[in-house]
Design a binder for this molecule. Structure first.
Ligand SMILES: Nc1ncnc2c1ncn2[C@@H]1O[C@H](COP(=O)(O)OP(=O)(O)O)[C@@H](O)[C@H]1O
Ligand SMILES: [Mg+2]
Length: 267
């Protein structure tokens, strides 16, 4: 097995017109690690995540997946030539994404949704795709919903289908963008518990989250972003227990205030 990082960002930058929303992001993710991205709304967390699989084209720096440059033919050029869609698909193959708003197709069954990426990538015939999709649904506890349509499921179940769809491609790293933030509070735990069980199985994950207790317990590294930059990064004990920057202290204050009044603080 290679000791290369599974995912590496080097000075990644991204602008929308004159608005530079990522300003040189460095991040290394080793196999089996769980990295949480936290930070205020608009700080660039989603954009950073989308650049990690080239759903969004970054325009500065480099993203490397298992030692392969993602999105461009060569690194360190001023004039960046975009790679072919085929090569991009090849390089990002180990990466799967779970979206904040689930992004399920309403006209397809749950099974159809989970099998779709396999069918579309032509990596599997339809029968195999359905078999793999059913295995992924079983993994998230929703095999019995295979023939249901997304609209008939709760938000928590829909997000578990979103996770199953990501799992079906047998990813080596999963990117999760606030996977529970669109859910009613009582549905959050079923989704966190699926993510927790993937973590226990050794899945590599980069997760944007506002669930601070969860991030504190599950993460190997926590990255705090603000205004397109990483302000503070380190193990959860440091970020939550020995916060160095005033900005992160300020960001975490509401959470600390809540934790003090509840029985469950940082583990
Ligand atoms: N497609 C887009 N076009 C223009 N600006 C965008 C686009 N997506 C995001 N932005 C801007 O980029 C910044 C970072 O957004 P985002 O990555 O969504 O932050 P976060 O996920 O931390 O809330 C924001 O100022 C947002 O308005
Ligand atoms: Mg976001």
């Amino acid at each position: 097995m290679s000791s290369l990082p599974i995912l590496e960002l080097r000075a990644v930058g991204k602008s929308y017109g004159a608005n530079r929303v990522l300003k040189g992001i460095d991040l290394t993710v080793q196999r089996g690690e769980i990295v949480s991205l936290i930070g205020p709304s608009g700080s660039g967390k989603t954009t950073a995540l989308r650049c990690m699989n080239f759903l969004e084209a970054y325009d500065e720096g480099e993203v490397w997946i298992k030692g392969q440059l993602l999105g461009y033919r060569s690194a360190g050029r001023t004039e960046r030539d975009r790679d072919s869609e085929k090569s991009i698909a090849e390089v990002r193959r180990p990466v799967a994404m779970v979206f904040q708003q689930f992004n399920l197709w309403p006209h397809m069954t749950v099974l159809g949704n989970v099998a779709a990426p396999l069918v579309l990538s032509k990596k599997a015939g339809k029968a195999d795709a359905h078999k793999q999709a059913l295995a992924a649904l079983t993994r998230v506890g929703l095999a019995e919903k295979a023939n249901a349509y997304p609209a008939s499921l709760s938000g928590g179940q829909q997000q578990r289908v979103g996770i199953a769809r990501a799992l079906a491609i047998e990813p080596e790293v999963m990117l999760l963008d606030e996977p529970t933030s669109a859910l009613d509070p009582e549905l959050v735990e079923e989704v966190l518990s699926v993510i927790r069980s993937l973590a226990q199985d050794g899945m590599t994950m980069v997760m944007v989250t506002h669930e601070m207790n969860f991030a504190a317990k599950i993460s190997d590294h926590v990255v705090f972003m603000e205004a397109g930059k990483i302000v503070e990064a380190g193990p959860p004990e440091q970020l939550f227990g020995n916060t160095r920057t005033p900005r992160l202290q300020q960001f975490l204050k509401p959470w600390f205030d809540r934790s003090l009044t509840s029985v469950s603080g940082v583990a």
